[in-house]
Design a binder for this molecule. Structure first.
Ligand code: HPA
Length: 287
């Protein structure tokens, strides 16, 4: 069975589970942020382990279920947890869930993650809108034959495609508006992805700062690349769970990352509750 067929089999399985629900907005919840799915109502929960060919996570803090339902009235499909390259998954497996969301009919996706803060202005626990990214993972999920059939709209699915506005401006604006409605401010930043699993050295962080990065993490970029290949619009939101290596007086730990994520998850939940309907409405208005 080809990879394309596997994606479609997984999507068909999910379609069967979802009944009539047809989400146009997808969300992926990162480390320590999975509880945010609790604000989804009328839920249909499908553990990843049940979905044909679906990779499931081994990391604590990633529970591994797809939660479909309504968020502030809009139909959404929320991935509670993701798999990472550092767990030993091949690039195509890392982005398999994103392909399935595309095959399900998602047109816009909100990717969230835990990230180390490189910019001095960031505070721990701050939510930051990703304006652009730098791929330092050493690989690209699209290496290999181009599968044009993954395209979700006309003009997508190309071998070579533009990444100059990978994170949609209209969704970024919407995120800022939603946050101010909820009474807080979002930062903005450039997310640099590394493969992990070791955290960075202080010298690496100094180098990344020089390259223009303000956030560092181990996810999101492969999903963004694959989403853009399909013509899906992307919003990226980082939770600054720790100061990057060399900037923090204490050694970095997954416990710190996970705990900060847990502390800010309600602010993120309120943001996503606003964004669900906001994104859906604007998608409908699109010609
Ligand atoms: N580095 C890489 N990934 C991360 C970090 C970090 O400091 N914090 C959370 N994810």
């Amino acid at each position: 069975m080809t990879y394309f067929d596997q994606v479609n089999e997984a999507a068909a399985y999910l379609r069967g589970k979802l009944g009539g629900l047809a989400p146009r907005v997808g969300m992926v919840l990162g480390s320590g942020l999975g509880d945010v799915a609790e604000v989804v109502t009328e839920t249909i929960v499908v553990p990843y382990a049940e979905i044909p060919h679906f990779p499931h996570s081994t990391v604590e803090g990633h529970s591994g279920r797809l939660v479909a339902g309504r968020l502030g009235g809009a139909a959404v499909a929320v991935m509670q947890g993701r798999v990472h390259f550092y767990e030993g998954y091949a690039p195509r497996q890392v982005t398999f869930p994103m392909r399935v969301l595309g095959a399900l009919g998602i047109e816009a996706v909100v990717l969230t993650n835990a990230a180390g803060g490189i910019d001095d202005s960031y505070r721990i626990g701050q939510l930051v809108v990703i304006t652009d990214h730098i791929n330092m993972m050493g690989w690209n999920p699209l290496v290999g034959p181009n599968e044009q059939r993954f395209a979700r709209k006309a003009g997508a699915g190309l071998r070579f495609f533009d990444m100059s506005e990978a994170y949609a401006k209209w969704m970024r604006r919407l995120a800022h508006d939603a946050a101010s409605t909820e009474g807080f401010e979002l930062g903005e930043g450039v997310y640099l992805a590394v493969s992990g699993p070791s955290f960075e050295t202080p010298a690496e962080i100094r180098a990344f700062r020089g390259m223009g990065a303000t956030l560092v993490g181990m996810s999101t970029v492969p999903e963004t690349i694959v989403a853009r290949h399909m013509g899906i619009q992307v919003l990226g939101i980082s939770c600054v769970t720790n100061l990057a290596a060399g900037l923090s007086p204490t050694p970095l730990s997954h416990a710190e990352v996970f705990e900060t994520g847990r502390q800010v998850r309600w602010r993120l939940a309120r943001l996503l509750e606003q964004l669900g309907p906001g994104i859906s409405t604007l998608l409908e208005a699109e010609p």
